[in-house]
Design a protein around this ligand. Structure first.
Ligand code: FAQ
Length: 342
């Protein structure tokens, strides 16, 4: 028995020997599977398989990191918004993204990892965040295009997560999706004003921004289904409800008509309506670029991460003050931020 335990130690992956499971654990697993099949929601205190917990922690924390890293490209333009109205809208939007990050970190914490551990994953480069936020915002039109395309893609991906089998994540997503709708709308509105009332230079600026953001936006949905290691199991568990490719197609189908109303051209010569499929066909996505960016070598990866680490270091005194305050009111409060797991 002891040697068998030693054999399984430290091995992970498909070829790892299966750990012995008790009858009780098998019953719990069967009950969990039944609940998933019946479309039940799982709560934080319910029994769940380790890999379900792991997958959710990975996805929710990456989602949270995306929201707070996503504040950076737009935050960059708050001081340069062209009117008071646009500045107020952008401020509200960027604050919303910070709020989304906080709801999501709270949801991830219910799975047993502290906020400090989750953030350490981001700061050390172990955890991912969305590829899209590694592209630069070069002009004011980029801000409109982020709202229209990036928030538009985010909504398409996130509405099905409101029905995710893990209830704390699903609940967080309901509020987030309501706010994302405003984000998408304000971006579209800013572009429509530039395209209908702007100068030729402003219209060209919008087209240039669309040319740069289109392909990265459709990469946001993740790799094609046949190259997505997590999709099949996540769909079986009801974490994902729609696959990467299906969401991407739905997004493209919805966006083509919006582009026509705006009067811009999507930078894909292969975009063609396919009557037989009832969908728009589109060109080949440069997956090498996607993996390069996900792997840390995009145009702004280093800058984005350095800014998050700097913000964390600058905020140390705030965390210390909050802990000192908490200790005053409760002697049981921790004396230092929770340490990361070994
Ligand atoms: N970027 O097997 P799959 C927003 C990774 S929030 C980077 O298909 P999965 C709001 C993936 O993690 C945007 N990495 O993975 C906003 C996995 O790596 P791992 C974020 C990506 O999880 C707007 C590997 O590739 N939204 O925009 C990306 O089943 C404007 C294999 O992929 C969410 O996070 C990517 N694009 O499906 C804020 C939504 N795609 O971890 C500010 C929740 C894939 O195994 C301004 N997340 N990878 O090492 C999801 O729906 C899923 O996690 C997917 C990926 C669909 C993103």
């Amino acid at each position: 028995m002891y040697t068998q335990a030693m054999d399984t130690m430290g091995k992970e992956g498909a070829d790892a020997p299966k750990a012995l499971r008790s009858a009780e654990e098998m019953q719990l697993q069967a009950r969990f599977d039944e609940r998933i099949d019946a479309g039940d929601f799982i709560e934080a205190k319910d029994w769940m398989p380790d890999n379900y917990r792991k997958t959710l922690t990975r996805q929710i924390s990456q989602h949270a990191h995306s929201e707070i890293v996503g504040m950076l490209p737009e935050g960059n333009w708050i001081g340069r918004a062209p009117t008071l109205k646009r500045k107020a809208i952008l401020l509200a939007k960027v604050q919303d993204e910070g709020g989304h990050g906080l709801y999501l970190y709270a949801a991830a914490e219910t799975l047993g990892q502290s906020r400090d551990q989750l953030l350490d994953g981001l700061h050390s480069g172990r955890a991912k965040y969305s590829s899209i936020f590694n592209y630069p915002t070069l002009t004011w039109a980029d801000i409109g295009v982020i709202g229209w395309l990036v928030d538009g893609a985010a909504i398409m991906n996130q509405v099905p997560i409101c029905r995710c089998s893990y209830a704390p994540y699903a609940r967080a997503m309901i509020r987030i999706c309501r706010e994302e709708s405003f984000h998408q709308r304000q971006g579209y509105d800013a572009l429509l004003v530039m395209m209908t009332k702007g100068t030729e230079a402003q219209k060209a600026m919008v087209q240039d921004a669309v040319n740069r953001w289109w392909w990265p936006s459709i990469m946001m949905f993740g790799p094609p289904d046949d190259q997505s290691p997590n999709t099949a199991q996540s769909m079986r568990w009801g974490i994902k409800r729609v696959s990467n490719d299906d969401l991407r197609q739905k997004f493209i189908d919805a966006t083509v008509d919006q582009a026509k109303v705006l009067g811009i051209t999507l930078p894909d010569p292969d975009l063609k309506w396919n009557e037989a499929r009832g969908h728009w066909d589109f060109g080949v996505i440069d997956w090498a670029e996607f993996w390069r960016v996900v792997g840390g070598d995009g145009p702004c990866n280093r800058e984005r991460l350095a800014m998050r680490v700097q913000a964390w270091e600058d905020g140390e005194w705030v965390r210390e003050a909050a802990l000192a305050h908490a200790r005053k009111h409760s002697p049981d409060a921790p004396t230092a931020p929770q340490q990361q797991a070994a």
